[in-house]
Write a protein that binds this ligand. Structure first.
Ligand code: PRP
Ligand code: URA
Length: 209
């Protein structure tokens, strides 16, 4: 599966292990999600477009690259994806932010879209979709469908923990989309939760139940 990148950095591995611990409270959980998003974003945005600008150093005037940050759109899948946005904005503060609202039906595990608002000129942007969890793959598949339907073309997705079932399904449906995975877990359980996973990412980020 050429369009999947699995993160190999020890800092990312360490922080994901911390995140799994059920004793980690809301505040620390949020901080870890933000830090992991930043570390993964560093890799995922390695080919971010740059533009040349003039800079006057104490020695001479020169032309040097800066990131064309306004061309980036970060799109969290609500709710849990919101926890990753600040980590990406720490890297690219001028990025625009879109939102896609999805929730999984607790019985069927089928995702339902309830909101979608994307930045203008979405067709010209690099779009980074963020969601901590890729379980069955349904939510991410539908989110990317929604973005493509609105004109998005250059799309990357970043998930902190994924199940093999979700990765397989996603890459079959969207082979043109680059997927960055923090850690590939073992499987899904009978409730379509990732094992060992970290539980319900949205509930852990927002302190709900
Ligand atoms: C979680 C998670 C993903 C989705 C993954 O969201 O943040 O969006 O489940 O599952 P899937 O791959 O099987 O679709 P959830 O539906 O729990 O909503 P929430 O973020 O509002 O809690
Ligand atoms: N959504 C979550 O938040 N966690 C899982 O393990 C699966 C879906």
């Amino acid at each position: 599966m050429a369009n999947v990148v699995y993160m190999n950095h020890p800092l990312i591995k360490h922080k994901i292990t911390m995140l799994r611990n059920e004793d980690v409270g809301t505040n620390e959980f949020r901080k870890l999600v933000e830090e992991i998003a930043m570390l993964m974003g560093y890799e995922a945005l390695a080919d971010l477009e740059t533009v040349e600008v003039n800079v006057k150093t104490p020695i001479e005037e020169t032309t040097q690259p800066v990131i064309a940050g306004k061309k980036l759109a970060v799109v969290p899948i609500l709710r849990a994806g919101l926890g990753m946005v600040s980590g990406i904005l720490a890297l690219v503060p001028t990025a625009k932010v879109g939102h896609i609202g999805m929730y999984r039906d607790e019985e069927t595990h089928i995702p339902h879209e309830y909101y979608c608002k994307l930045p203008a000129q979405i067709e010209d942007r690099l779009i980074l979709v963020v969601d901590p969890m890729l379980a069955t793959g349904g939510s991410l598949i539908d989110a990317v469908d929604a973005i493509k339907k609105r004109g998005g073309k250059n799309i990357k997705c970043m998930c902190i923990i994924a199940a093999p079932e979700g990765v397989k399904k996603f890459t079959e449906v969207h082979p043109d989309v680059q997927l960055y995975i923090g850690c590939l877990d073992r499987c899904l359980n009978e409730n379509a939760y990732i094992c060992p996973g970290l539980g319900d990412a949205g509930d852990r980020i927002f302190g709900t139940k």
